[in-house]
Each structure stands twice: as C-alpha cells, then as structure tokens.
Design a protein around this ligand. Structure first.
Ligand SMILES: [Zn+2]
Length: 292
C-alpha cells in the first residue's frame, strides 16, 4: 500500500528541512533549485517530483567572517551517500556534497536534512557585565512584541531574542561596541534566508544580529568598527518577518556538544534606568549609555 509523501517546511530562521516518505511511485527528471541564507550559505537541491531521488550540495559563496555551518541528514531505505552530522568552518567559496540518494525498488524510504549556521569558529561566553543601549534613537519609544522564549520564533538556539515593533525606515543603532562582520541590504524579499541584516562581533566573541532591515537600509560594511549608538541601518520587513519590526539577539557557538549555538540574555539601559529583561508588551524609551 502506497503512503503519500509529506514534504517541506523549514523550522527556524537558519534551518532547512525536507522530509518525505512513501513507497511506490515513479521517478522522473530532477528539478534543481538553489536556496540561500544570508547570501553565502547556499544549497543546491535537485530532486525528482516524487522525491525518490535527490542530491544536495552545500554551495558556500564566501564571507568576510568565517561561519560554522552544521548539516544534518537522516536517510533510510535508500541507496547512495550522505553526511549524517557534520560541522564545517567556511570562509572561502567551497562546494561540499551533502546527500545523493535514490529510493530502493521496494519498501518504505525516507530522507531528511536540516542545517544551521552561525558566524565564528569557536565557542564564546557572554560578558554579563556589559550594559546594552536600546538600538534606536534617544527619546524614541518602541514596544517589544516578542521577548525571550516568544512562541512565534524565539525558541531553541534563538531563545534570548527581542522583537521591537518598528515602522519601516526607523534608524537602527548599534546596542554595543563591536566590528561589523556581515551586512546585507539588497534584499527586497520575504521568506527565510532573505533578511537584510547587520551582524556585529563583540569583544567577548559573541555576535549581535540585527535582522529584517529595509532594502538599501544598511549603512555599514564588514570590517567597520562601531560603538554603541552608531547608526547601522534602517528597520524594515525583509526575510522571515510577518510585520515591520527589528529582531535583535546576541549569540555565539556553544561549548555544549548538544547545542550548536546559544543566545544570551542582555541587560539594557533605558530612559527609566537599567532593565534586566525586556518583556513583551513593554515600551522602552531610548537613551545614551551612562557616561557615553
Ligand atoms: Zn525575532
């Protein structure tokens, strides 16, 4: 008896997943597509319409900062070759075969894959003594619409993330000193991997992510030093975003072998003083850091 396949769906911002199961069916020609996250982490996926044959190649396009790219696959009842769980540290352009499978003639079969990527090559621990400024201009107030553990998308590795409701075109400021290591501003598309963004490396080796920026709304370049309060771009609604907002998180590769990367809670300085944890529904007024 034939089981129909259910195929599709990605899980998290930096994740891809394909899952299919069936038996019977007829293979046809391979259809190819390229899926890219943040311009550089691309996958060339070729598969037949019935998913009984597939190949996946990681096609890394090169980046200013080295990125860790973790790829996981799960295959059963199929012939071919695949990498089960590997992490690559990539900076130069490189192509890596991930999976090349074909269903057997009888029985059930299944193939799945997912990936995650994060800048950096080694784990880092957040310096909790650092106070962050709100990433928008002094005197402006924005509401947090998703906080830590928010059930829309702040889970797993991205648990400690903040979303501010923010009209397209609002000036976005660095919340902490650092060096810009990734900046992308040409996207005008929605969907996973299409975010315009700025990524800033901090002195403790953690990285801040500022996502969903407006098309042509990035005002910094990789290699540039910024201080808390520097203009880095303008907010938007690009990428994996259902409404205009700014997504912010601080994260680093994890030393925990069961995790790939981890995000960190951050303390903010506001017009009303220090706030240990910004909360959903709260509105916070921007102000310069004390002494800054
Ligand atoms: Zn978010």
């Amino acid at each position: 008896m034939a089981r129909l396949g259910t195929c599709g769906a990605v899980i998290l911002a930096a994740f891809g997943l394909a899952a299919c199961q069936s038996s019977g069916g007829v293979s046809g020609p391979m259809t190819e597509s390229e899926q890219c996250w943040w311009v550089h982490t691309c996958f060339d996926v070729a598969k037949t319409a019935d998913q009984r044959a597939a190949t996946i190649v990681l096609d890394y396009k090169g980046s200013y900062e080295p990125f860790a790219v973790q790829v996981r696959t799960s295959v059963s009842g199929m012939d071919g070759t695949w990498l089960e769980n590997e992490t690559f540290f990539l900076q130069e352009p490189r192509q890596i075969p991930i999976l090349n499978v074909k269903a057997g003639t009888t029985g059930s079969w299944d193939w799945r894959w997912s990936f995650s990527h994060h800048p950096g090559v080694e784990p880092a621990v957040h310096d909790d003594s650092v106070l962050y400024r709100l990433p928008y201009r002094d005197g402006e107030t924005y509401e947090v619409i998703q906080g830590y553990g928010g059930n829309t998308s702040h889970a797993g590795d991205n648990f400690y993330s903040i979303d501010w409701d923010m009209p397209v075109g609002t000036a976005v400021l660095a919340a902490r000193d650092g060096i810009v290591v990734s900046a992308r501003g040409e996207s005008n598309r929605k969907g996973r991997g299409w975010d315009n963004h700025v990524i800033i490396r901090h002195g403790d080796g953690t990285y801040a992510w500022y996502l969903h920026l407006q098309q042509d709304g990035v005002t910094v370049q990789p290699g540039q030093s910024v201080t808390a309060g520097s203009l880095i771009g303008y907010s938007g609604d690009t990428g994996f975003s259902s409404r205009a907002h700014l997504h912010f998180q601080v994260s680093a590769l994890s030393a925990d072998p069961d995790k790939f990367y981890a995000s960190f809670p951050t303390r903010f300085w506001t017009a009303d003083g220090e706030v240990a944890q910004l909360r959903k529904g709260g509105s916070y007024k921007g102000v310069s850091l004390p002494g800054g």
